[in-house]
Design a protein around this ligand. Structure first.
Ligand SMILES: *Cc1c(COP(=O)(O)O)cnc(C)c1O
Length: 421
């Protein structure tokens, strides 16, 4: 459920007409709904009720300061995967003891930053990383709390580019080697083992892979406790999928996911962490774009939009599907025709949809890409010297620009000319 609905023939973001935002800020732009962000965060928080827990929003999904502040204000922790994200979380007022640091390639500088600024835990992904973190912690005269990310070799049944829990993926330590790696961790004075971490992939649309992974984590927790480790916390990652089409079968709900966690791991009495990203932000955002031309090809009609692959790369990168709807509600029963929906970038890959059935559309019309809140703005670039598009946050009747569109001069002046030119 989200808060982007038609009212009297016009698409609204909460209580704000989307067309009004377009008139004020120009197109294309991203718009997020505070109510939807909050609702999704609370669904997870409530799904884990009865177990000690912290929902750490995976901020790589959408990391604007205003979004982070909104979620932090509701009690969210943050899952960060870079020094930059750590700095963003701190700038948004998230206390260090609510920040979890994930990722396979943490550098010394990133470790130093997080250890100095405060950190809930590092999710360590390899023995070399463990050795470096130990050394950095000792240099700083402190002890780094860690979990080890285990790779349970489970097929998440999702797109290959976002599956992370199979043995061929770069993530985590094979679960079969976990006990020796935990023994190594326990021998390093700069580290304190506090739990286990797992994250098997993104956009999972079934619970079965989670169940397989969490059962393996549960068994491992018991073995590690028997080996003398203090396993108090289980970080179960993110990955619960969202409906990208309204026709499709809906993925499992956070309540069902929460029940699965209780069922598989509740008996261990551990504190539970989860790291949802997509499900919190995905359906809380639209990308809004304007039709520049309707062009007739030999055997098809092209809708050429002012938004492009540099603004929303998911279709080009993951063959992702986004619902694309007119901002002015079409009349009921109007005949739909197929369009290839494309952007202006000079690549054929700049195609959002092929043969997409749409009500008749004309130059100047506004269209909205649904489910664009996660892995949208954060993956955008200035390819073709197209400015990063603005981000807007709606809250009831109010809206605010939370990242402005840069001017061409601002973009150009980021380059510097060497003295010999
Ligand atoms: C990307 C990522 C997440 C979030 O995944 P979603 O599918 O967006 O919920 C959580 N944890 C880790 C370690 C990740 O890399």
């Amino acid at each position: 459920m989200d808060h982007f609905l038609y009212r009297d023939g016009a698409l609204f973001a909460e209580d704000v007409p989307v067309a009004e935002i377009a008139a004020q800020v120009g197109t294309p732009f991203y718009v997020y709904s505070t109510a939807t962000l909050a609702r999704h965060f609370r669904l997870f928080d409530e799904a884990l009720e009865g177990m000690p827990h912290l929902v750490c929003y995976a901020m790589k999904a959408a990391s604007n300061q205003a979004i982070l502040k909104t979620l932090a204000g509701l009690g969210a922790g943050m899952d960060v995967v870079s020094g930059g994200e750590y700095a963003r979380a701190v700038a948004a007022g998230v206390p260090g003891d609510r920040i979890v640091f994930s990722g396979v390639g943490k550098t010394r500088d990133e470790m130093r930053r997080a250890l100095s600024g405060g950190i809930r835990q590092f999710n360590v992904e390899s023995e070399p990383e463990m050795a470096v973190l130990n050394a950095v912690a000792l240099e700083l005269g402190t002890v780094a709390p860690i979990t080890v990310r285990v790779n349970p070799d489970v097929d998440a049944k999702t797109h290959a580019k976002i599956a992370t829990g199979k043995s061929e993926n770069k993530f985590g330590i094979p679960i079969s080697r976990a006990r020796e790696v935990y023994a190594l961790a326990a021998s390093l004075p700069g580290l304190k083992v506090i739990g286990i971490d797992v994250h098997i992939g993104s956009q999972l649309t079934e619970l079965a892979p989670f169940r397989l992974a969490y059962e393996k984590v549960g068994e491992l927790a018991e073995q590690l406790r028997a080996d003398g480790h203090d396993i108090q916390r289980l970080d179960l990652g993110g990955g619960l999928g969202i409906p990208y089409t309204r026709s499709n079968e809906a993925p499992p709900l956070p309540t069902e996911y929460g029940a699965l966690i209780k069922d598989t791991l509740g008996h261990l009495g551990c504190e539970i962490e989860i790291e949802p990203g997509r499900l919190v932000a995905g359906n809380a955002g639209l990308m809004v774009s304007r039709v520049i031309y309707v062009k007739s090809g030999e055997d098809r009609e092209f809708l050429i939009l002012d938004g492009a692959m540099n603004d929303l790369i998911r279709p080009a990168m993951y063959e992702a599907y986004h619902d694309i709807i007119p901002v002015t509600e079409p009349d009921a029963g109007v005949e739909q025709t197929p369009y290839d929906i494309v952007g202006p970038v000079c690549e054929s890959g700049d195609t959002f949809a092929k043969g997409r059935m749409m009500p008749p559309v004309k130059t100047g019309d506004l269209v909205a890409f649904r489910s664009a809140g996660a892995y949208g703005a954060v993956m955008s670039s200035e390819y073709n010297t197209r400015p990063l598009i603005p981000e807007i946050l709606v809250h009831g009747h109010q809206f605010a620009v939370i990242r402005a569109r840069p001017s061409f001069d601002e973009m150009i002046n980021r380059d510097t000319i060497p003295e010999w030119l």
